[in-house]
Design a protein around this ligand. Structure first.
Ligand SMILES: N[C@@H](CCC(=O)N[C@@H](CS)C(=O)NCC(=O)O)C(=O)O
Length: 228
């Protein structure tokens, strides 16, 4: 069987989500570094997936878009042994999918809003949108902290798709909005996530690129020191 191709950039939070999942599932991938700033690469990528967002999987003639769908595809068709990120029980799987959606919509999305704002020239920055994104992150942190009380992982019994989404989303979001000191369950969870071997490996691979992350000044010094 041909090894699936994943179009990725190591800095991209959604790509990191899939790279973590592929490691947990034991699925080898051919990683194709995608530079959307290069006009020829952008045109070729848009021909494959006109929405133009990475990651994108090419697997035996099929293109598969959207990080969560790619992860389910990898689990369905390629997972090693009994490795899983979605529980077999449909009720448990629904809970995992809920927290995956939660992390994408209410942590990744506001984090991307804050990143996109910093990439614009100062006169085009949007104070209303960024204040709203910061407020959403604080609401999300509070809900995550409540969900995590007494739990090791976000949903179900083990590390799941939801944790694959949470890890890069929180990693970057925390560069913009710190955790309130009272949220000890969420703080403990972030520490567990970052120590999880597959997450640590993906963050480590991204480290040389962090100098291009516009929120780099707020990154945890354990991963990136902008002054070093
Ligand atoms: N809903 C998509 C979101 C993917 C996404 O936002 N990718 C970003 C990188 S993290 C991207 O490709 N940005 C490039 C662009 O918008 O031009 C998914 O889950 O895969």
């Amino acid at each position: 069987m041909v090894t699936p191709i994943l179009h990725v950039h190591p800095l991209s939070s959604y790509c990191q989500k899939v790279l973590i999942a592929a490691r947990v599932l034991g699925v080898p991938l051919q990683e194709r570094l995608l530079n959307l700033g290069d006009p020829a690469q952008r045109a070729a990528f848009l021909a494959l997936w006109p929405i133009g967002k990475m990651p994108l999987l090419e697997d035996q003639g099929q293109t598969v878009a959207e990080a969560s769908i790619i992860i389910e595809h990898l689990q369905l068709h390629h997972a090693a042994g009994d490795a899983r990120l979605l529980p077999a029980d449909p009720v448990d799987a629904l809970e995992v999918r809920f927290w995956d959606r939660f992390c994408d919509l209410y942590v990744m999305t506001p984090m991307q809003t804050l990143t996109a704002d910093l990439l614009r020239p100062a006169p085009q920055r949007d104070a209303v949108a960024t204040a709203s994104a910061r407020a959403t992150l604080l609401k999300s942190y509070a809900l995550l902290d409540r969900q995590l009380a007494g739990r090791t992982w976000l949903a179900g019994d083990g590390f799941s798709l939801a944790d694959c989404a949470a890890a890069p989303a929180l990693f970057y979001a925390l560069a913009y909005v710190s955790l309130p000191g009272s949220q000890v369950a969420l703080a403990g969870y972030v520490a567990r996530l970052m120590a999880y071997a597959e997450v640590a490996a993906v963050i480590e691979a991204a480290r040389p690129w962090f100098r291009h992350f516009p929120g780099r000044a707020g990154l945890d010094r354990r991963y990136y020191d902008p002054d070093a």
